[in-house]
Write a protein that binds this ligand. Sequence first.
Ligand code: ATP
Ligand code: MG
Length: 416
Amino acid sequence: MNERRRTARDAAVAVVERLREAGFEALFAGGCVRDMLLDQEPQDYDVATNARPEEIRRLFPRGRLVGAQFGVVLVRRFGWDLEVATYRSDGTYSDGRRPDQVEFGSREEDAQRRDFTINGMFFDPLTEAVIDHVGGRADLDARLIRTIGAPEDRFAEDHLRMLRAVRFAARLGFDVEPPTMTAIQQHAAKLTAISAERIWSELEKILTGAARARGWRLLCEANLRPHLAPEFDWSAEVDEAIARRLEALPAEPSDAAGPLAIVLHALAPAAVHDSCRSLRINNQLRAEVAWLLGALPDGHRATELELARVKQLRAHERFDTLLRVLAADLAARSLSEDPWRTLRDRASAIPDEDVAPPPLLTGLDLQEMGIADGPVMGKLLHHLYWAQLNEAIRTRDEAIAHARRWIARSDNDTAG
Ligand code: ATP
Ligand code: MG
């Protein structure tokens, strides 16, 4: 039979049904409940249950125990991976990062250990009932991020929650409820105890979302901004400049390259590589951001650029991002958008096959002309290709003549 493609939700419902048939309680939990109540598509479905990990494994023999100490079993259903977690309470936190040990507990306790009220609800997919022990529904309606329990305690336990609060507020367009915000401001410096990877993973989610500018302003308001990375200089003017540029980017999700380039351009222009390294940003993204920042000044003088440079910029896979960052930079500084328009128009006027054509002459050709392999040849090849991109030479014969003139000139230079 040709079944329709089963969704992640179908898979989660099937897992809940299986646990219920075996006599256990089982519910959707956390972020997916929040997203469903907001009429948004959940990223993934988490199932919470009073079944112990070994009981879950008995029903799903191929389920993998992940984070054994947390009692989470990864179950695969219809090609989807689902986390099935035993109700638990998190015990004490002594390092500000993760609980010392977890204890299995009741559903109420499992709600209490979660971070924010809007993330603390359960949903029964079989009866469509929402089970809310923490006032999450009211806060969803009021559009508020509020910790479950005393905010000072919850941020002292796990410092990463401070960044999560900002991320959810930005992404959902919610406010951070005042006592929650005050507690973040007081605990903000503790962010430095969190690993760079975890900080970047939250920061990336903030910067890639459509509401990245609001996210940045919230990071500043929450006093988290100075503690993101030790290299970053801090000043209110710089933060404002960043927020204005992020605001000027198109308000849609994107990957991190453009927004990160904007942040690092203002914060650490001379230390892009170091800053990326200390945030554990991967090499590819780091290279792209460095390229964007190297190209941005050229974007500002698009009218004067040589044709070869325009082609070189357009040939880069980040050219479209460069245009967006340039436009944002101009708009944030209330400058004319002419450089952006010029760069865009000059680039799009170039036929595709002319953007990065094969070189008219290769190293082999030059060797046949009697030029030894080495730095001089490298320089000449670069010079020839640049002339070709500038359309100063268009044929092989022109390139050969050009090469001979260049050699004669450089011989004269060394002789004189
Ligand atoms: P997203 O849509 O980004 O996945 P989410 O709410 O599902 O958002 P996850 O990080 O996937 O977030 O976590 C799932 C649930 O686990 C959360 O909704 C929350 O109930 C709980 N949770 C996650 N991280 C923490 C934390 N640091 N402290 C307390 N509870 C947490
Ligand atoms: Mg999730």
